[in-house]
Each structure stands twice: as C-alpha cells, then as structure tokens.
Design a protein. Structure first.
Lengths: 259, 92
C-alpha cells in the first residue's frame, strides 16, 4: 500500500489490497510441510482455524465496506470514539445529578474551632500513611544506646512512609515483562496481591482504636495477611496455568508486540 | 455467557440503585447513624410511602435474585444439560 504511493501507474503491488487479494504469504514465509502437519490436529488445529476464521471475517468486512483503507489502523474520532465518550460522560453526569437531587448531602453543625474532636483521622485514602505512624513496636531499641531508641517513634513513622513510597517507585523497574494477565507471571502477580492486601491491612491498623478486635492481633495480622494473600494467589495463579484455556490464550497473546 | 453476565449485572446495578435511593430516603435515620439499614418508619405513612416501602424490598430481592439467576443458575443449568446430554464442553 504505502510503498506504491509514488508509483501511481502500478495498481497491483505486493501488499494486501482492500478487496482481499494479495494475501498469500511470500515465499520465505510459506509454511513448511512439517509446520502444516503440526497444526493439523488438536489444539494447534483449533487455534489455526480460529485465526483463519478471524482473518476471513476481516477480509469479508473489507470487501463489503466502502471504507478507504489508510496506513493508520484506527477508527476516526467522530463518531466512533465520541459516541462512546459521550455515552460514558452522560452516564456519570446523570448519576451525579440523580444522586445529588434524590439524596442531598447532609450539612452538619459548624465545627467548634476551640475543641479538638476525640477521633481525628485523615481521609480514607490516606489511612495507610496514618497507619505507618503507628508502627512504634517495630522501632528497634538498641542496647548500645543504653536502651534508648535510635529515633523517636514519630520519626520512625515518617521514615516508614519514605520506605513505602520508595518501594512503589521502584516497582516499574522490578519487572519490565510484557505480561498482561496475572497467570502468565504468578510470582509478580502474588507480589502485587500482597501489596494490595498490605494497603488494606495498614489502613485498618490506622483505625485500630475503632476496630472491635485486639490491637496486638491486628498488628500481627497487618504483616501476616499480605504474606498469606501472596501465597494463596500464587497457588491459584499457578494452578490456573494448567488449564486448557491458558494454552489457547497464550498463543493468542503471543501476537502482541514485544516489550 | 457474557450476554448472561451483562443481563445479571444490569439487573444488579439498576435495581440496586433504585433500592439505594429508597433506602436512603426511608432507612437512613441520620447522616451519622445507620446507613440504608435502619428500621422502617411506622407512623405517618402516606399511600406513596407504603408503596415505596414495598417497592424497596421488592427491588432489593430483584437485584439479588436476578443477578444470581443470570450469573449462576442459568449457566449452571446449561452446563448440567451439556453434561447430561454428553455434548462436548464449549469453552467460554
């Protein structure tokens, strides 16, 4: 297509055209007899038929369509993308208007600026940071300093924030694989699950005085549950690799571009 | 299967939203008290209020049972029928 742009007098190039001709593979890509035999039965046969049918349907659509094939493989923004975007936007605007009209927000009494409330908490999405300030029992006290702690508990809590943020910031460099499904890399998926579970448990630790359970047990569970969650999810993902669909999907996902 | 899931999910979110609204009106005694699970009001109910209370319970169970029906029961019946008739399993 694109390499024929300056040769307007030659209509039939090597590349595929809109009517579906020119789809035969070049000689150096023609499958050998052993390759043909390999896909003549079982899963390889099914996979081959699946892609052959998909290719055929795509070809038929191109033949039926009056759409002009261009070099860029995409849909135009109008109307394809905008219809979807407007539908989503209308849904969320409508939901906001509906909830605001049906269940208006309660406006409480004005706060008393001279009186600190008994329970002070950040917004829920900062509970994890608040919980890191309550890791005092982990603050090691060194005998070298005569039983004194190396740093105050609050300093330790602030440094714990730096550790967590630092770990999150190196996550993109830990594993740069192209896997898009957890079953393809069970270990890293388990690491992710433990991180999510830890975010939840450390948030629960931050409100330990509001939870109806022993705070020491809660403190232990904060660090135990992420490990348990990682082990369970690793086992589940590992066992999912045995399935029939995993093999089929792996062939499909191999088609994606390399990392 | 994806179609059945979409039906069940639509029932869940639509009926659930209507139940949420009615429960927010009738079963939320105060902003800082029980949310959506308070006791039904008993006195001073107009006909509309009584209809709304009945509708609230109906929508709640419609959301639960509708979701379970389309996502669990119907696919399970199909699987059982496939197994009973001995047809090969269709991967979904």
């Amino acid at each position: 297509m694109s390499d024929n742009d300056n040769n307007t007098d030659i209509d039939e190039g090597d590349g595929p055209t809109a009517d579906g001709s020119g789809i035969v593979a070049p000689d150096d890509e023609t499958p050998t007899w052993s390759e043909r035999k390999e896909r003549s039965q079982g899963l390889s046969r099914l996979t081959y038929e699946y892609f052959e049918r998909a290719r055929r349907e795509d070809q038929d659509l191109r033949v039926e369509s009056d759409y002009v094939e261009r070099d860029v493989l995409a849909f135009p923004a109008w109307p394809h993308e905008m219809v979807r975007n407007l539908a989503l936007t209308s849904f969320f605007v409508g939901m906001t208007v509906f909830l605001a009209a049906a269940m208006p927000m309660h406006i409480g009494a004005p706060a008393n600026p001279s009186n600190t409330p008994a329970v002070i908490l950040p917004d829920w999405y900062l509970y994890w940071s608040f919980g890191l300030l309550k890791l005092g029992p982990l603050n090691p006290d060194l005998a070298l300093l005569g039983g004194q702690k190396l740093m105050a508990d609050r300093t330790y809590g602030v440094l714990a924030n730096l550790v967590v943020v630092g770990f999150i910031s190196i996550v993109p460099f830990l594993n740069k694989g192209a896997a898009r499904r957890p079953v393809e890399q069970p270990f890293w998926a388990a690491v992710g699950v433990s991180g999510v579970v830890y975010a939840i448990t450390i948030s629960a630790l931050s409100v330990k005085n509001l939870l109806p359970m022993d705070s020491h047990l809660l403190f232990d569970l904060t660090f135990l549950l992420p490990i348990v969650g990682a082990c369970i999810s690793y086992a589940v993902f590992k066992s999912m690799r045995e399935g029939y669909m995993f093999e089929l999907n792996r062939r499909y996902y191999r088609l994606r571009p390399p990392k | 299967m994806a179609d059945e899931f979409a039906k069940g999910f639509t029932i869940l979110v639509t009926a659930g939203l209507a139940w949420l609204t009615l429960a927010g009106w009738y079963n939320t005694p105060s902003f800082e008290g029980q949310q959506l699970t308070g006791a039904d009001p008993t006195s001073g109910l107009t006909v509309y209020d009584q209809v709304a209370l009945v509708l609230k319970d109906a929508l709640f169970w419609f959301a639960i049972l509708g979701f379970v029906t389309f996502v669990v029961v119907i696919p399970a019946i199909r699987k059982l029928r496939e197994a009973y008739e001995g047809t090969p399993e269709v991967p979904e």
